[in-house]
Design a binder for this molecule. Structure first.
Ligand code: GLA
Length: 683
């Protein structure tokens, strides 16, 4: 039996192979100490070959095989890919693009989440799976659907959107007000006039667009909870989740969804090889932040990532030797309950036949498989055993499942009902205490704000997540203990809170930021924050309307720079991209533009301090500014003077070091080989 306490494994599609490959795969998984395989993700056309007629034979054999080998199943519902019979019978349930083109079958995710036929068929197949497998001893976790995020603009959506809008706004008059409908003659007199934001002649209405994203998020959430509840109706103790996919194009508010899953799970595909450590840290910190804000203790799961490559501008860059383990361990140190990959065996055909896999086309006799197996041994405690789990109090998923068997693991206990665990977790997280590995410096990340930025026609393009990541990266490089937090997070207790480009700020968020600083926090607000309310209406009277008094400043004009332009502040710091014209009637000026105007300010507020950074600083300047603020707030890097590319993580069991460089380093008296991960201290 594997003794690895983590979710360690991959998406597995044995149905794409003859039976003998399944046997070979299971033997290899066992050899590599795999504990979990995600199965069934896109298997609808096999499970239900014609409407209402199920064929569970293959999945029975897969789950039984996993169980026989002591491997848990993450069992997916297959609803991300309806079969051809469904789309043939219900052409109106296919997704429609913004320009009115109805998509056709042939890829995946081609459905309308608001089409009644799709919802009914999804619920039916999820219920059938639950009835058959809820008590299967291999099943550890349910994985509803896959990467929710499909857009649709069809008439089903139009109807559902109107219902959603009525609930949100009440009357068309209130809608007109919220959407500033007097602009360009958009006043509505009848709900039937309201449509999804389909292709328009020129610029669309930002508030309309933003409400549509919120609506899509809620529509998909309803589809998810419907399936989740069907599973729990059969097996109340079942653990249910879905894999979040990150990115500005995804109309899913993950902070809101996190309360509806039993374990926050994310997929992560960085966009650059060299940028992978920083991007992985950001995604992991965001997942931990969603988990903590939803009332859990910071645990989450890396559900999918690529084993051997990072796709950079369309090119698959190979991960060098050692990177597979190092990145996996860095995720574990940040609270992931495991490292799961896409995918176990590379397909010989199909659209993703060139996606890397643990077992590639050459078979298992590869460096990659050997590295994976070595990681499995490490996680199983053979050799250098990591100790991340010591402070994560609840790791219930790999303990005995409903059927009683499974991989061995510590402390979680199996019987606790999800609701009981949830109540317990709520109590633990009420004050932010009890969140394992909680950082000292928090970075505010609001996906809805990112949607607002995309929907609005700003004076210059702004990559919201890119800006947030740049502040996170500066802190990460310096080795501060960081969290990425959604607006619903508990803010008290963080020494520093950085709020980058929070263009949309609700009254409640503005109040919470004020309270945070007043009660002793060190708040750092950057340019283009607090500008509009939840309906994208500018707060007038001088920017940033929501935070002007708190910051003691008044911005009169935005002055974005042309590409490549650089301004040197009187501190020597460099600004690019964004600048502003402001006065600072209530704040001390820390840095000035060349013409003497304020650029960076500081105001004492109650027991705390509020800083304003009005321009886009380069990374060195960002780090310098943050160092000063963190020092004043009493927060220091986990280890001083880390070389570039060496990462320190304060994990629950102690400090871990990751050397992402090609050279050895000596850190705190300890030799760190190139590419190595090592535990520095154990508590
Ligand atoms: C996501 C999806 C998988 C696969 C991979 C490819 O993780 O969930 O089905 O498409 O991306 O990177």
């Amino acid at each position: 039996m594997p003794t690895n306490p983590y979710f360690f494994g991959a998406d597995w599609n044995p149905e794409q192979w003859p039976d003998h490959v399944q046997a070979e795969d299971l033997a290899l998984m066992r050899e590599a100490r795999v504990t979990a395989a995600t199965v069934g993700v896109f298997s609808w056309s096999r499970l239900e070959p014609s409407p209402g007629l199920y064929d569970f034979g293959r999945l029975d054999r897969v789950l039984d095989g996993l169980h026989e080998h002591g491997i848990g199943a993450v069992l997916a519902t297959p609803t991300a890919s309806p079969p051809p019979w469904f789309t043939q019978a219900h052409p109106g349930a296919l997704a429609m693009r913004r320009d009115g083109v109805r998509l056709v079958h042939g890829s995946r995710d081609t459905y309308c989440v608001n089409a009644p036929a799709y919802r009914a068929a999804s619920l039916r197949v999820a219920t059938a799976l639950a009835e058959r497998y809820a008590r299967h001893p291999a099943v550890r976790l349910w994985h509803v659907h896959n990467e929710y995020g499909t857009w649709c603009f069809c008439d089903h959506c139009a109807r559902a959107f109107r219902t959603w809008l009525r609930e949100r706004h009440g009357t068309t008059a209130a809608l007109d007000d919220a959407w500033t409908a007097d602009f360009w003659s958009q006043r509505y007199t009848d709900w039937a006039q309201v449509l999804p934001p389909r292709a328009t002649q020129y610029l669309g209405n930002p508030a309309h667009e933003l409400d549509y994203r919120r609506f899509l998020s809620d529509s998909m959430l309803a589809a998810y909870t419907e399936q989740r509840d069907a599973i729990k109706a059969v097996a109340p103790d079942a653990q249910v989740t879905t894999n979040f996919v990150l990115g500005g194009w995804v109309p899913v508010d993950h902070a809101r969804w996190s309360r509806e899953v039993d374990l926050v799970a994310i997929d992560h595909y960085p966009s650059s090889l060299d940028g992978t450590p920083a991007q992985s840290a950001f995604a992991a910190d965001a997942a931990r932040g969603w988990s903590a804000a939803a009332g859990y203790d910071g645990r989450w799961l890396l559900m999918e990532h690529a084993p051997a490559h990072v796709t950079e501008n369309g090119v698959q860059r190979r991960k060098p030797p050692g990177m597979l383990a190092r990145i996996a361990l860095a995720h574990l140190a940040r609270g992931s309950q495991g490292a799961m990959y896409f995918q176990w065996r590379a397909g010989s055909g199909g659209a993703e036949q060139w996606h890397t896999a643990i077992v590639g086309h050459p078979g298992p006799d590869t460096r990659l498989y050997r590295e994976f197996r070595a990681l499995g041994e490490t996680l199983a405690g053979e050799g250098r055993a990591p100790s991340y789990r010591s402070a994560y109090k609840k790791v219930p998923f790999l303990t005995d499942g409903p059927g009683g068997a499974g991989a061995e693991v510590g402390e979680g206990g199996s019987g606790a009902r999800a609701a009981d665990r949830r109540a317990e977790a709520d109590a633990v997280a009420a004050d932010g205490e009890g969140v394992a590995g909680r950082g000292e410096v928090a970075v505010w990340f609001d996906e809805v704000c990112g949607w607002a930025v995309v929907a609005s026609h700003l004076p210059a393009p702004l990559d919201y997540q890119g800006v947030v990541e740049s502040w996170h990266r500066a802190l990460w490089r310096r080795g501060y203990p960081i969290d990425v937090v959604p607006p619903t997070a508990t803010l008290a207790g963080y020494r520093v809170l950085v709020v980058p480009a929070a263009y949309l700020l609700t009254d409640e968020s503005a109040r919470r930021l004020d309270e945070y600083a007043r009660e002793g926090g060190h708040l750092v607000v950057t340019y283009l924050s607090g500008i509009v309310d939840e309906h994208l209406r500018v707060r007038t009277g001088g920017y940033p309307g929501a935070l002007r008094d708190l910051l003691g400043i008044r911005v009169e004009e935005f002055d974005p720079l042309p590409p490549g332009a650089v301004i040197t502040l009187d501190t020597g710091d460099l600004a690019t991209g964004w600048t502003e014209h402001l006065t600072a009637p209530g704040a001390v000026v820390l840095a000035r533009y060349p013409d003497g105007r304020p650029a960076v300010t500081r105001r004492e507020h109650g027991a705390g301090v509020a800083y304003y950074v009005s321009c886009a600083l380069d990374e060195a300047a960002t780090a310098r500014v943050l160092d000063g603020i963190c020092a004043a707030a009493g927060s220091a890097p986990i280890l001083p003077d880390l070389p570039d590319g060496v990462e320190a993580v304060r994990a629950p069991g102690g400090v871990w070091l990751f050397n992402h460089t090609d050279e050895p380093h000596e850190i705190a008296g300890r030799q760190l080989a190139r590419g190595a991960a090592a535990e520095l201290t154990a508590e």
